[in-house]
Design a protein around this ligand. Structure first.
Ligand code: PLP
Length: 353
């Protein structure tokens, strides 16, 4: 039986006797070796498939902790602003914990699968005519005045839960990792991984900490450009964020780990997205592919140390965003009659057997 992260890492988390051991079976996601990508960039690349969490994104790691604490503290409702995955995750854990869930989203910029999830889990969804940054601002204000628990990544329990991915990587790899590459939106994840690696180092679980490499979308690259982006723009909606909530922590992670935060264009993200599915058999969402896009960019510039052990975090499941998937294929499906002769002709048209 899956006992979840709060049970497995209790001693490394703010879990007390009073904390409900909430779980939907989050964590313990696969770490898969990517042969072709490794060849391409002359390093050893492992993909951490966070899209295999219960609601299909890494958000579940932090959400289980945040919702368990909300429950422990007697809250009756949780609230979040979301580009989609946070809302799906909050809605699922709130449902399991018996809490109400309110979700404020930027109207028109949430991928279809994420919206469907939040609605089916029974959250109250409130679209606003504004972007994520504005949604976060209003839920922050509201949660300060009312007894509703804010479960965005500004809630420190989110980062606590998310840091468990760092422990898992060490356990799964059986050795130290040199570089961890991941997408950056609100920058909670990069901050949480860094916290996890530092703590793992303190308890001698690892003998050295990795360099953290984060990648923002070029149209939303606030940290790279060192300024707030008023109108962030990218098709990778999960990282369409112009004023990252964990900005300072991300800069700290970059500096302390001697890492880097760089940007990737939508075109580079799309290429990586297609490459992962075509060559590695992995369907992730666009934002997730920015970690691989970043690795390819750095490899082109000769900045990937040869033979390095790299973990690239694929943060969310490709099924979340079927619209982008279909757009990227750009192929009309025309039905045929289905008789064997016609099918045979079609199948062997392009192929010598
Ligand atoms: C939330 C999210 C991100 C960005 O993570 P941050 O912690 O906000 O930097 C990246 N990819 C996916 C799929 C996400 O859901």
């Amino acid at each position: 039986m899956s006992q979840g992260l709060l049970h497995k890492y209790a001693s490394l988390l703010p879990v007390t006797d009073q904390t409900p051991r909430l779980t939907l079976g989050e964590g313990a996601t696969p770490l898969v070796y990517a042969e072709k990508l490794s060849d391409r960039i002359q390093a050893h690349v492992y993909l951490k498939l966070e899209g295999l969490n219960p609601t299909g994104s890494f958000k579940d790691r932090g959400m289980v902790m945040a919702v368990a604490k909300a429950k422990e503290e007697g809250a009756s409702a949780v609230i979040c602003a979301s580009t989609g995955n946070t809302s799906a995750s909050a809605a699922a854990y709130a449902s399991k914990a018996g809490l109400s869930c309110f979700v404020v989203i930027p109207h028109g910029y949430v991928a279809l699968g994420k919206l469907a999830q939040a609605m089916v889990y029974g959250a109250d969804i409130i679209p606003i005519k504004g972007n994520f940054d504005q949604a976060l601002q209003v839920v922050r204000q509201l949660s300060e005045k009312h007894p509703i628990s804010l479960v965005n990544s500004v809630n420190p329990y989110r980062l606590e839960g998310q840091k468990t991915a760092a422990f898992e990587i060490r356990e799964q790899l059986g050795r130290d990792v040199d570089i961890v590459a991941l997408p950056v939106g609100n920058a909670g994840n990069i901050s949480a991984y860094w916290k996890g690696f530092k703590e793992a180092h303190q308890v001698q679980m690892i003998s050295k900490t990795p360099h953290m490499w984060g990648f923002e979308a070029e149209g939303a690259a606030a940290i790279v450009k060192n300024k707030v982006i008023e109108n962030p723009d990218t098709f990778a909606t999960a990282i369409r964020i112009g004023n990252p909530a964990s900005w300072d922590l991300a800069v700290q992670a970059r500096e302390e780990s001697q890492g880097d935060i760089d940007d990737v264009t939508d075109e580079q993200i799309r290429e990586a997205y297609e490459l992962l599915s075509a060559e590695e058999g992995i369907f992730c969402e666009p934002a997730s592919a920015s970690s691989v896009a970043g690795l390819l960019k750095k490899a082109n510039k000769g900045q990937v140390p040869e033979g390095a052990t790299i973990v690239s975090v694929l943060t969310g499941n490709g099924l979340k965003d079927p619209t982008t998937a279909m757009d990227s294929i750009n192929q009309e499906l025309e039905p045929i009659s289905g008789d064997e002769e016609e099918l045979t002709k079609l199948i062997f048209k392009h192929q010598e057997v």
